[in-house]
Write a protein that binds this ligand. Structure first.
Ligand code: HEC
Length: 189
């Protein structure tokens, strides 16, 4: 009698187990049931995908107005004669004439970017000028001798008449070093 009861209980348990197993089939594509998932599963947006959460619909946010690029000090000058004059009054070459390493680097910059027009010694007889480009004034002439360093910095940065800007090719440090080299050409040593 006892055995019959135990057996029927076991049979009932097995049947319950099998039917539950069938009813609650696991779907590997579905998450397990979660209680209070809160923010465990955020909605990812690709950087360039449109995004309904912002009024302009962009996922990537623009930098705040006035943001300064790390490591780059803003240069508050414009390509105008007035600002060229102001640069000449305000900007000072951070490298002293005695800095040999800076001068050597400046020579490399000059010979790479300036020499083609201004010539090896600065007389304005570079190969480009010899082939028909408007001849630049000699860097050894009184006018160039009288230009303050800051003014030349402005010329390299923004260009001047037929001379284009070299801001994208020569970083600021190298512009100052090139000026150091121009000064040494002017001194003749
Ligand atoms: C594509 C040719 C060209 C290149 C390259 C060039 N320049 Fe010039 N540069 C000129 C011309 C042309 C002028 C005259 C502009 C004008 O009429 O005001 C000039 C003017 C100048 C002046 C003013 C001279 C004066 O007496 O008014 C300086 C200083 C100068 N350049 C320095 C440089 C330096 C430094 C570099 C290299 C970073 C350089 N230039 C590269 C063509 C060039």
């Amino acid at each position: 009698m006892r055995r019959t009861i135990i057996n029927s209980l076991l049979l009932a348990a097995t049947a319950a187990f099998l039917s539950l197993n069938w009813i609650l089939q696991a779907d590997p594509n579905q998450r397990n049931f979660e209680v209070l998932p809160d923010m465990a599963h955020s909605i990812p947006y690709d950087s360039y995908a449109s995004n309904p959460n912002f009024r302009d619909g962009m996922t990537l946010r623009l930098p705040v107005a006035g943001t300064v690029i790390r490591g780059i000090t803003p240069l508050h000058y414009a390509a105008t004669p007035a600002d060229a004059e102001r640069a000449g009054r305000v900007l000072v070459n951070p490298y002293p004439a005695t800095d040999a390493a800076a001068r050597t680097r400046g020579a490399a910059i000059y010979n790479t970017y300036c020499e083609i027009c201004h010539g090896v010694s600065g007389k304005g007889d570079g190969i480009v000028a010899q082939r028909g480009f408007p001849t630049p004034p000699s860097l050894l002439a009184p006018n160039a001798l009288g230009l303050p360093d800051g003014r030349i910095f402005h010329i390299i940065t923004y260009g001047q008449k037929n001379m284009p800007s070299y801001a994208s090719q020569i970083d600021r440090d190298d512009r100052w070093k090139a000026i150091l080299y121009v000064r040494s050409l002017q001194r003749g040593k």
